[in-house]
Design a protein around this ligand. Structure first.
Ligand SMILES: [Zn+2]
Length: 371
């Protein structure tokens, strides 16, 4: 294993953060890129990365890693160090207010124009050419801030990978995934290995989150070049929501790491017999059908349903209680679906989104991701 350090732009004299990447196997074949805790306060991924590292160390010592595997065990040193009044704030950069998982740079048009004279009839050759050009464009892109330099470093490590896994978590949730619709055929086996209850599908959901920045280049280039040159969907990029924020146990993390290794073995990056595909534990549904449950009033929040339950339209999911008037407001599901995530806060502000139910029909439009 080789350990590489990537210094970020220094925000102030005497201050220098860095990203650390762990490199297994060798370049030339399939490449997997896995990062943990891009939202710095989402810790399950960091523990999975710890277990994954031990498993990869053993596999490498046995000579079993046949592809290239890059692991960034802690993807957001800025967010990891942000505390305010004893609260860990790892989702938004305190300097800019920007979400660490949005606004990844888009080099699609520039790279398409640069490589067009070199493209041909061989899809694999086109993929190699586009990857090289994309990586060079990412690495040459100017940055003004520490946050931009972190985004550039993460994209530089990942943008030429066949498989990208971005390990996150929700507040309280079942295992679920986000991926772009063109990735679903390649994601379906991953969902089985991870035991995911739900995969939320969208295309260009808005504001360029990390996973979409890695996968969208391919379907956008395919649309751009049309019949002229064959461009496959060469990257499976997935946001893996490792349940809830406090689901940080050795048992879960070791099992999740084993499941990721099984998937990588199934894909051919690790030597050994191809493991059998597990039975699916869930299905894929449109992100536009994932309905946020909002509280119209403020009060004490208590849930009547646990995550993982199938609910019907009209089912009461939670009560919001005004302690002064004793008024109880029922929060109901707008659709039949899987109650897959809920907040861990137990006080709701008026207008707060406190839970999510995934229905099967696409009902929402516009930007589909929350803040
Ligand atoms: Zn997250």
């Amino acid at each position: 294993m080789q350990l590489h350090r990537h210094p970020l732009l220094s925000p102030a004299p005497g201050t220098q953060r860095e990203l650390v990447s762990l490199h297994y196997g060798k370049p030339g074949g399939q490449k997997a890129y896995i990062q943990a805790s891009l939202h710095g306060d989402e810790l399950p991924g960091m523990l999975v990365a710890h277990h994954l590292r031990q498993q990869l160390d053993a596999l490498e010592a046995a000579g079993h890693i046949t592809g290239e595997i890059v692991l960034v065990p802690m993807a957001n040193p800025i967010g990891l160090s942000q505390f305010l009044l004893h609260a860990h704030l790892g989702r938004f950069e305190l300097m800019s207010g920007e979400n660490f998982n949005r606004h990844y740079p888009d080099q699609i048009a520039a790279v398409a124009a640069a490589v067009e004279p070199l493209l041909g009839a061989d899809p694999a050759a086109n993929v190699a050419l586009l990857r090289r050009a994309l990586k060079a464009a990412v690495q040459a892109s100017p940055v003004d801030t520490e946050l931009q330099s972190q985004r550039r470093a993460l994209m530089g490590l990942s943008c030429d990978a066949d498989i990208v896994l971005d390990l996150h978590c929700d507040a309280q949730a079942v295992m679920h995934l986000y991926t772009e619709t063109p990735c679903w055929p390649d994601c379906e086996p991953l969902a089985r290995f991870l035991g995911s209850r739900l995969t939320l599908l969208a295309q260009d959901s808005g504001d360029n989150p990390f996973d979409e920045a890695c996968s969208q280049v391919w379907w956008k280039w395919k649309a751009h070049f049309g019949e002229r040159f064959p461009i496959p969907q060469a990257c499976l990029s997935v946001t893996v929501e490792l349940r809830g924020a406090t689901d940080v146990t050795h048992e879960l993390a070791a099992a999740d790491a084993r499941n990721i290794v099984d998937f990588l073995r199934w894909r051919g990056l690790i030597a050994g017999d191809k493991p059998a595909l597990p039975e699916p534990q869930g299905d894929a549904r449109p992100l536009a059908g994932s309905m946020p449950i909002k509280s119209p009033v403020a009060g004490v929040l208590t849930f009547l349903k646990a995550v993982g339950e199938d609910v019907k339209a009209g089912d009461v999911l939670a009560h919001v209680i005004d302690p002064i008037t004793a008024q109880v407001t029922e929060l109901t599901s707008p659709v039949d679906g899987l109650f897959f995530a809920r907040d861990f806060l137990r006080f709701a502000n008026a207008g707060m989104r406190v839970a999510k139910v995934a229905g099967k029909q696409a009902l929402r439009t516009g930007k589909l991701l929350g803040a």
